[in-house]
Design a protein around this ligand. Structure first.
Ligand SMILES: Cc1ncc(C[n+]2csc(CCOP(=O)(O)OP(=O)(O)O)c2C)c(N)n1
Length: 331
């Protein structure tokens, strides 16, 4: 069967998705079994096809911004596994100097603008990044990711309105994994097709199978073209699923094992792997070589994190925003 995408694209997708998956599984192990990582931890496992398709449809200069489920997109943008694992460990060599942790990956160099803990806040900030790109006369397009839960925040509506009015170069990507913590999408609104929210602002929108990197790429590429041509934003609702709980401490009583298995049957890594083999884009041995390489990168990141120093004491208040005229401050 002929494919629309090249051998190189499939091999890139496979390697990136494996990197994200193996990084997350290793980090979870270091959290749960070894007790090396503390605090919040939200895994991207299951959602990798979105990162893969978005990467091949954009360029290195196109900024990404997301919520706290940020490990996968940070790695996709090219942040090193070392700097990401060290951040989870809270070490000085982490991408946020060990002071952000899981929810606050950040790298200006890689155009990855976080990592945000306030649900929906990054929707407005993402439009702000797009405003800056337009103001500076670049042709960069911002990819602004948020969950189905965040779609219920008022911030989305104010942002959609201004982004359309000002034709900002931004693509709003709702990673609809069906749950906001333990609350299913049906329990949050009568409108369960999130892409329809764009109608109120005349914003082009579409629903995409987020388990299929080919479809993610095609839709994002189309939206990127529109944005680069000055035609403004697009909303893409990507239907996906997280195999793990909302966070590492989620007992997952709100869903059945059968439901999780249903999505695991559509696993994008397995599907891309099969496409590579069926089209002779690579052999079993080639794929094993990729798996081994990823394994080495991830193991090395653990070693790097373990051997890295803790942040120095004088780092404690550096880069921390403090309002000097804080009204409630007592002296
Ligand atoms: C403003 C705000 N309200 C509530 C929370 C608590 N909270 C953290 S994650 C979350 C669920 C968000 O779900 P969704 O946007 O679908 O993202 P997902 O976790 O599925 O990626 C909530 C309510 C928060 N962090 N910020």
């Amino acid at each position: 069967m002929a494919t629309k995408f090249s051998k190189e694209t499939y091999l890139y997708w496979y390697e990136l998705m494996q990197l994200i998956r193996q990084f997350e599984l290793k980090a979870e192990e270091m959290y749960k079994m070894a007790g090396k990582i503390r605090g919040f931890f939200h895994a991207y496992v299951g959602q990798e096809a979105i990162a893969a398709g978005c990467m091949t449809a954009t360029g290195a200069n196109d900024p990404f911004i997301t919520a706290y489920r940020d490990h996968g997109l940070g790695l996709a943008k090219g942040m090193s596994a070392n700097s990401c694992m060290a951040e989870l460990y809270g070490k000085a060599t982490g991408c946020s100097k060990g002071k952000g942790g899981s929810m606050h990956f950040f790298s200006v160099e890689h155009k990855f603008f976080g990592g945000h803990g306030i649900v929906g806040a990054q929707i407005g900030t993402g439009a702000g990044l797009a405003f800056a790109e337009k103001y500076n006369g670049t042709d960069n397009v911002v990819l602004c990711f948020f969950g189905d839960g965040a779609a219920r925040q008022g911030m989305l509506h104010e942002t959609f309105n201004l982004a359309m009015l000002w034709k900002l170069p931004v693509i709003f990507i709702c990673e609809n994994n069906n749950y906001a913590m333990g609350t299913s999408i049906e329990r949050t609104s009568n409108v369960v097709d999130i892409y329809k929210l764009a109608d109120a602002y005349d914003m082009p929108a579409d629903k995409v199978d987020g388990m299929v990197p080919e479809l993610v790429h095609e839709h994002v590429a189309r939206a990127v073209k529109r944005a680069r041509e000055g035609d403004g934003p697009t909303l893409l609702e990507m239907k996906t699923y997280r195999y793990k709980g909302h966070s590492i401490s989620d007992p997952q009583k709100y869903r059945s094992k059968e439901e999780v298995d249903e999505y695991k049957d559509q696993d994008p890594i397995t599907k891309v792997r099969n496409t590579i083999l069926e089209n002779n884009f690579g052999s079993e041995a080639d794929l094993k070589a990729i798996d081994d390489r990823i394994n080495q990168v991830v193991e090395e990141s653990v070693k790097f994190a373990e051997e890295s120093p803790w942040p120095a004491e004088d780092e404690l208040l550096k880069d921390v925003y403090m309002d000097q005229n804080y009204v409630f401050e007592k002296d």
